[in-house]
Design a protein around this ligand. Structure first.
Ligand SMILES: O=c1nc[nH]c2c1ncn2[C@H]1C[C@H](O)[C@@H](COP(=O)(O)OP(=O)(O)OP(=O)(O)O)O1
Ligand SMILES: [Mg+2]
Length: 195
């Protein structure tokens, strides 16, 4: 039987990212779509860490199981770190296209060298016999002037990664996992627990 890892997410893009990383380690990724499709966890925190802990602890208590949660977002320097913790709701309600349009609009006329940004990811892990722990990963990039690539999710089409000379949405899930904020955070998590 395959080992399982439970992730407190309802974002199909994140699920793909996690599968690219956990699959090769021999894990089946189980998500809220499988175990708690009707549960809505309100993200009331003001930091990635608070929200990651909130999501992990809520699902873990409901299932009485070890759970990992991901809270993440995009921080754009020229916009004073916006949209940050509010990335998913930047233009309203969880609409990736509208969110990207809003970011591009707010950066109109800003030159390339000032379009620096980073993706941030906080992962929280908690369980019945496991005290809550968090790790943090980032990925540096530049906000493009228009979308590039078809892969990924969220802000991936407008996020250019200089070290790969590609937009995040031009990478395969495996390529993305090797350099992404999520991949970097998971690397740290692996050093803490025996994945
Ligand atoms: O690798 C990424 N590539 C592109 N965009 C990304 C990435 N990672 C986070 N993001 C953006 C998407 C969303 O606008 C927000 C996450 O918000 P966040 O609340 O953590 O996730 P979510 O509500 O979509 O799913 P859930 O809370 O069920 O895990 O940051
Ligand atoms: Mg969310």
């Amino acid at each position: 039987m395959m080992k399982k890892v439970v992730i407190a997410t309802k974002n199909r893009g994140k699920v793909k990212d996690f599968e690219a990383i956990f699959g090769p380690l021999g894990y089946e990724v189980v998500t809220m779509f499988d175990v708690a499709p009707d549960m809505e966890i309100e993200e009331t925190g003001t930091t990635f860490q608070e929200n990651a802990i909130l999501k992990a602890e809520t699902l873990s208590k409901a299932l009485n199981m070890l759970v990992i949660a991901d809270d993440s977002g995009l921080m754009i320097d020229a916009l004073n770190g916006e949209p940050g913790v509010y990335s998913a709701r930047y233009a309203g309600d969880h609409d990736d296209e509208a969110n990207m349009d809003k970011a591009l609009k707010n950066l109109q006329g800003v030159p390339t060298e000032e379009r620096t940004a980073r993706f941030c990811c906080c992962l929280a892990i908690t369980g019945p016999d496991y005290p809550t722990e968090t790790v943090f990963g980032t990925c540096e990039g530049i906000i493009l002037e228009e979308r590039r690539g078809e892969n990924g999710f969220g802000y991936d089409p407008i996020f250019f990664v200089p070290s790969k000379n590609k937009a995040m949405a031009e990478m395969t899930p495996e390529e993305k996992g090797a350099i992404s904020h999520r991949g970097n955070a998971l690397q740290l998590l692996k050093e803490k627990i025996n994945l």
